[in-house]
Design a binder for this molecule. Structure first.
Ligand SMILES: [Zn+2]
Length: 73
């Protein structure tokens, strides 16, 4: 699908956490059609394997750190 290219530039609001994001959305596993921000996509994936809320946030933080968005020492 060529339209994917223009979709990538679109800003969306995540219905789960209310955060705005751009880029490729994650599709909710709950109904297979709700589009979530990448973070919530990760949260759902972790939830599905039994990872609790606190741990989910720690893992997300680690992922963000890996992508080097905040300072690099
Ligand atoms: Zn979200």
């Amino acid at each position: 699908m060529k339209e994917i290219d223009s979709m990538i530039m679109r800003i969306s609001v995540c219905p789960r956490c209310g955060q705005t994001y751009h880029g490729r959305p994650a599709v909710s596993r709950a109904d297979g059609s709700t589009q979530l921000c990448p973070d919530c996509g990760t949260r759902e994936a972790l939830e599905s394997i039994g990872v609790g809320g606190d741990e989910q946030e720690q893992i997300l933080e680690a992922i963000h750190r890996c992508y080097g968005r905040h300072g690099q020492s």
